[in-house]
Design a protein around this ligand. Sequence first.
Ligand code: CA2
Length: 142
Amino acid sequence: MRVAIINGPNLNLLGKREPRIYGTQSFEEFLTVLRTEFPAVEISYFQSNVEGELINELHRVGFEYTGIIFNPGGYTHTSVAIGDAVAAIKTPVLEVHISNVHAREEFRRHSYVSPHAIGVIAGLGLQGYALALAWFSNQTSA
Ligand code: CA2
């Protein structure tokens, strides 16, 4: 089973800035933990700060993979094009946010992705990605 993790803008700074909101671990460090915890899942990882590159990656993995775990970062709240890309692909997308977007500024409560996602996890830190992986694993073994 192949699952793609896609992170949007600024998430390359995880572990380097704003530890109170986003924690102290880099995503690359966390990825080694995920790969150990889910040996049966082939996990691809892509991060970009560029909107079109995120769309290209959604198109690349969106017809062959079992699932996509997608944190669109700030584009969640602004990008019609990213929402359209999620709507256009076949692979189910689980939207993940590290912080609780509903407990922050009002503008973070709207997502262009959520209407097209199979589900949303927010506010559980990096553990949200592990829960999303567990969900995809259970789907295929059920
Ligand atoms: O909580 C999340 O995962 C967000 O998608 C993160 C985005 C934010 O715009 C969304 O509203 C919620 C921002 C990512 C910024 O990531 C940083 C990580 C470390 C240091 C600074 C920024």
